[in-house]
Design a protein around this ligand. Sequence first.
Ligand code: ADP
Length: 520
Amino acid sequence: MKMLVMGQSPSYDDLLKRIAELEDLLVTNASKSYYQEIKESEERFKALSEAVNEGIFISKDGVCIEANESGCQLFGFTRNEVIGREVTSVFGEAYKMLVRINIKNKFEGKYEAVAHKKDGTQFIAEIRGRNYQYRGEDVRVTSVRDITEFKKTQQALIDNEEKYREVVENAGDGILLGNLKGEIIEVNQAFLSMTGYNRQDLLNKHIKIIFSSEAIKDKPLRFDLVNKGQSVLVERDLVGKDGSLIPIEMNSKRPHDDYYLAIIRDLRERKRAEENLKHKNEELKAAKEKAEESDRLKSAFLANMSHEIRTPMNGIIGFAELLKMEQEREGKKSDYLDVILSSGNQLLNIINDVLEISRIETGQVKIHPIKFDLCEMLKELQVFFAPAVNQQHSEFKIAIPDSENFYLYADEAKIKQVLTNLINNAIKFTQNGTITVTVAKIADSVSISVQDNGIGIAQEFQDKIFERFRQVENRYSLQTGTGLGLPICKKYIELMKGEIWVKSTEGQGSTFTFTIPLTT
Ligand code: ADP
């Protein structure tokens, strides 16, 4: 009989041959039933080892003498290549020694080593060996499993767990986990910083310890609702380690069968901000009331003062006119009186404008509509402005639909003042030109425009001139007005439910147009 020599690698064929020899021997020498028993147990082992997915190897003195199909596939070898191979040859350099020692010491626990396949690729192997007597000889049966994927998943889980811990630890809100008895089993740093407690103060204590008993009575912890799957959001106070009350918002839920989760937001900052805002709002309200009061006072003062100044102004102007008439009768001419008169009139206009704007702004101006003839009004204005038009070497035209009369139902005095203002400006800013007033009916309203071919208004000023105290700065500007004429016109027109706008080109002239609804 051919014996197996230690250290030599017997081929699979050798082994088969040897089994056949043994069978012969057993058939001739041993009892039939004993041989049958061994054969059956061998087959059972073979069937079992082929049925499992892990690699199973039998080795003797560090050399593989048997392997199942999964074991061969695991390393990418054929059976022939496996049998007779040194066990350590399939492990990485750093692991050979470990494998050798474990075999030598007959170590029967699990261990891991990096294994190499035939094609050079590596995997992490989980190895477990057992020593047996096999046909009277000491053999080692070793199972080998590729746990590379398992390791990766395990690592991913560890990474995830670390990430989750990091998120919980770095969360701005306090986070508490409690078991089903209501005892705190985990707490994050934010909660400890917020309350001043240490982990040991809280772990395994009932969550009630962070609240005062009155607070619990006042707003009970709603485990009942949380157990029904609801998330409970409550604003309450908790007691810090130093006994101080900390206002918080607590969101409790039961995300898992085994534990409760409470997310606790510190409201101290928010409460402070709310308090500040309330304070600021009160200050603002007081300031607004003060400003409104002083605005009322200012308007009243202006109205009074304007009235008070207008009375003596009228006196001065009136008597200067009388004096002038007397002097003219006597054939004398007084330039001084002319200055007094024109300055007085200018001042009176300013006072009137200021008075009017403050009356409009305090809601004292009302509209009194009456039926009047617009044609007649325009003709009067033409006569009134004739001297000023002549002085500027300009002409004044009226274009009105062909009827003799054009009746309007509106506030006559205010329409007259708007027209006076627009025509006055047109004359003032036009030399050797034409001022045309055009009236047209458009749907339910009348549109009146005052057009000139004077100096015009730069684009950027066209909206601003309707604001209070605005005057356009240009070299032609006479700077004699108050900048209140157009704002007053706009307010009047708006009070009469109309609109006013300007179209102008610098150097070519301006057209101011306003509309008034036609009501009969
Ligand atoms: P003011 O009493 O100063 O004339 P207004 O409100 O009537 O005030 O006009 C504001 C400014 O708009 C004027 O100072 C002038 O610069 C400009 N403006 C008004 N009408 C005309 C116009 N027809 N042509 C050129 N500029 C004008």
